[in-house]
Design a protein. Sequence first.
Length: 283
Amino acid sequence: MKKLTMLVILLLPSVAAAQTAQDLRTHVEYLASPVLNGRSPGSKGMKKAQEYIKAECRKLGLETYIQKVNVQGTPCYNVIAVLPGRTDLSRVVVGAHLDHIGRGSSGADDNASGCAVLLRLAERLSEGNHHPTIEFHWYTGEEKGLIGSKRYVENPLAPLTSYKVMVNLDMVGRLKEPRLFGQQVFPYSDILQRLYTKYPFAEKATWAEDTGDSDHSSWWRVSVPSVLVHTGLHPDYHRPTDTADKINYTGMVKVYNYTYDLTKAVILKETPFKPTPYLLYGD
């Protein structure tokens, strides 16, 4: 009996990982399906994707909102889900862009992968009792110039000084050998370094800087500490061949676990860091 109990204990992590991988696959396959036709901002496919995200968030009991965004003259919107904390004076954002380029492209890695991980994180984080409020953001208009995230930081739900960090998931479905890394001034560098021991791949898949090409940059430019998690470009980038069958779902589970641990560590860390927002847009 003791041996059987030990075997069950040993198998539990692998069973949980397999279920997480299946959940991620289900989300990616829908968001990258032909019926959504590449999720260009304002399109019927994008609206279906946004309805899917809202429905999943409501299943979790999250407060769910839409924020109107004008993307090159087309009315669009961000999807915002909120997990209230014990205080509104401290907030954490985890985000991903939901839009893609349309034109029949699937956009499985870019960025159905990040949106799928974000949904799974919302499910797991909603199980706990957190001190700060946690916001989950699915942006529109990233491919057109970070329009959705810029819109949010100009019209946030709370003062920007209350946001501890923004964690951005963009193209996290092709984890291979790590290739890239960047880090500048960041108040949670100790957390990153500690997690790199547990997740060696993350050191080369994490940017704690303003790269200018994804939604975390909108937050950096208003002085909110931000992190990009990104597993790298590939030949299928912005091509019809970026399909769900090419996604590394086992790798996505690793990214999901890393991002969860990173988010939780920031939530629990007491820091005197107080950003002073300044808007650069329109300069």
